[in-house]
Every structure is written in structure tokens, then in C-alpha cells.
Design a protein around this ligand. Structure first.
Ligand code: PEP
Ligand code: MN
Length: 344
């Protein structure tokens, strides 16, 4: 339920509504907007006496939020949320930040080379997993804490923001210490205790769509994070499994406008995991920007042929440079821009 206040409602009116919500045993959540304040109500609102609240001074209307994902819905918050993961790196506005880097952090030399290449090409953030959720327990699992230290080193040199994955609660605390944005991978999209935990942290979260998750599932997972008080959630379309083995996943670009209609949260697109094939990454990254994605996440490796994970879908550095140039043109055509902050 959402109590929409009149534009001229006083702070005493707002306090009065909050008191009444509390009196009825619920938690009020004031949501100041540009024109008017709304007050969200958390909990099972079926039992609320809204007719009384509707009559309080300064109240314009009471909206019953129909969607199961309440705080993630556009009904709850009409304006798109802008998530700034580091100074000038904003998702959800007119900027379209490009997050790029290898699948995994492998060595100091590899991640520093990748960071320089991302920076030179005009990327805004460096990606690279230190904790890797691999389908096989025998595959490279990541460098762990050492990988996070190497990412921090790359940030210190290039000024790029860092996006990296956490697989469990303890890892999330560690990632939060070193990175600018915590990635929750497709395999953990429905790890609800992990979602709740990152909801209690103050770091932005990049939440990837599960490989068999519906858009409703994705938004409900985002709701877990929002419900714990962390408003900085960026969604990510990375493809879903289907019957067709022509590509690694089916890159569901329709999810971009669908999510943007249903939710105020920004959504980025990952054509690397979405297609799994290097030569498909560039065309689908271009399509994602054209479709209105609020950012692009792409795998790029200094030497993809020697990558310890996802080499076949990683762009060569020169391909990445060319891609960013093309994305700039496409973004400009729809009134957006792929510009990176100048940084260190
Ligand atoms: C990754 O970003 O390297 C990754 C493991 O992605 P996903 O969770 O989408 O498979
Ligand atoms: Mn990968």
C-alpha cells in the first residue's frame, strides 16, 4: 500500500500518516519525490484500515500496490532509480556505463592489463570474479581474497569502479570492503539468505537474472534486497536456458523494456553470458543499447585464448575498443551517452 500525499502536504501531515500506520502495527516508509511525498507501508497490508488513512489531512490517495514485488515496482516509485556505484558512474539516467573485464581475476599482470584496456577504450568500471561459481568443482574457482586485492590495485591505478561477484554472506562482506558494487550471479539469484544479507549492506548490488528465472522471479529477488533497506539495486539480463543449443543462452533483450515498464530499477545487459560466443557479443551489445539498457556488462580479456574461464565469449581488447565507439553512436541516437568519468 502506498499513501500518496498532496504536493502541499506539510511535514506534520506526513508525520501524522506515519504515526497512524505505526499505530495499526505496520512500518511506514516515507518516499520523498520531486513533486510530492508518498509513504509506503511494509507488511501484509490486507489488514490495514485504509479508509481512515485516506481521510487524514494532506492525503491525496491510497494506492493498493498490485504487484507482488512492491518496492521494486513503478507503482511504488514512478521515477527511475539512479544507482551511482562510484562518483560519476550512474546507472538509470541518461548515461550508459560500460562495465568490462575478464570473467575471472587470474593474476596481477592480467587484471592490470585488462583495467588499462578498459580505461583506454572508455569503459566506466572493471569487472572480474575473485569468487567464481563454476558448474564443475574442478574448474578454476577464483583467487578469492587475493583477487579482491588485485582488483583494488587496478582501481587505484586506473580509477575504474569495481564490480565483482559474491557467492555467500562471508564473501559478500569481503567484496563490500574492496569493491564498488557486489555482483550476485545467475546461480545465486534465488539464494534468499544471501539476498537478505546484501540488503543489509550499504553497497550497490548488481543482481543477475537466474538462468531459468522469469522476470517476476527476478523482481521478487530484487525485492528481498530492497526490503532489507538497500535501495541500490541494478538488474542484469544475462540470458536464460532454452531448448536451442545454437547459443549458450537465449539472450532475452525483451526483458529490458519489460522490466523498465514494471520497475523503477535500472537494468543492464550482459551479451557475453547471454550468447556465449565472441562474435555474437558485439551485435547483441549494440542491440542492447538500442533497446534502452541502462548499461552494458561485457567480458574482455587481454589474451582470451589463455583465459581460465569464459575465454570463448571474451572480446579481444581491440574488439572491445571498437565496440565502445559503436555504442557511443547508438546511445547518442537515442539521447543517451556512453561516457566514462575521467577518474584517477
Ligand atoms: C560472470 O559474470 O562471470 C558470471 C558467472 O555470470 P552469470 O552469473 O551470469 O553466469
Ligand atoms: Mn563469465
Amino acid at each position: 500500500m502506498l499513501v500518496v500525499m498532496q504536493p502541499n502536504a506539510s511535514s506534520a501531515d506526513i508525520d501524522r500518516v506515519c504515526e497512524e500506520i505505526t499505530r495499526q502495527g505496520f512500518k511506514p516508509l516515507p518516499l520523498p519525490g520531486e513533486v510530492r511525498t508518498a509513504i509506503g507501508l511494509l507488511g501484509d497490508d490486507a489488514k490495514v484500515d485504509w479508509s481512515y488513512i485516506e481521510g487524514l489531512p494532506g492525503v491525496s490517495s491510497v494506492l493498493i500496490v498490485q504487484k507482488p514485488f512492491r518496492q521494486a515496482s513503478r507503482e511504488w516509485k514512478p521515477e527511475t532509480t539512479i544507482v551511482e556505484i562510484a562518483p560519476g558512474v550512474r546507472f538509470g539516467g541518461t548515461d550508459v556505463p560500460v562495465v568490462a573485464g575478464p570473467c575471472s581475476v587470474e593474476s596481477e599482470q592480467q587484471i592490470l592489463a585488462a583495467a588499462r584496456q578498459v580505461k583506454a577504450a572508455g569503459g566506466s568500471a572493471l569487472r572480474g570474479g575473485a569468487f567464481k561459481p563454476r558448474s564443475s568443482p574442478y574448474a578454476f574457482q577464483g583467487l578469492g581474497k587475493q583477487g579482491l586485492e588485485l582488483l583494488a590495485l587496478a582501481r587505484a591505478e586506473t580509477g575504474l569502479a569495481i564490480v565483482t561477484e559474491a557467492m555467500d554472506e562471508r564473501g559478500a562482506d569481503m567484496v563490500a570492503e574492496y569493491a564498488d558494487c557486489i555482483q550476485i550471479g545467475a546461480r545465486n539469484m534465488q539464494n534468499y539468505s544471501l539476498l537478505r544479507h546484501v540488503g543489509t549492506l550499504r553497497k550497490p548490488v548488481l543482481l543477475k537474472r537466474g538462468m531459468a528465472a522469469t522476470i517476476n522471479d527476478l523482481l521478487l529477488s530484487a525485492e528481498y534486497i530492497l526490503a532489507e533497506g538497500n535501495p541500490n539495486v541494478i538488474l542484469c539480463e544475462r540470458g536464460v536456458r532454452t531448448f536451442d543449443s545454437a547459443t549458450r543462452n537465449l539472450f532475452d533483450l525483451t526483458a529490458v523494456p519489460v522490466v523498465q515498464k514494471l520497475s523503477h530499477l535500472p537494468i543492464v545487459a550482459d551479451p557475453s553470458h547471454g550468447t556465449g560466443l565472441r562474435d555474437k557479443v558485439t551485435p547483441m551489445a549494440r542491440a542492447a543499447v538500442a533497446a534502452g539498457a541502462d548499461g552494458i556488462l561485457v567480458e574482455m580479456h587481454p589474451t582470451p585464448d589463455r583465459a581460465l574461464s569464459d575465454g570463448a565469449q571474451s572480446l579481444y581488447p581491440d574488439q572491445f575498443g571498437e565496440l565502445v565507439k559503436q555504442l557511443r553512436t547508438i546511445a547518442a541516437a537515442i539521447g543517451r551517452s556512453v561516457t566514462a568519468p575521467s577518474g584517477a
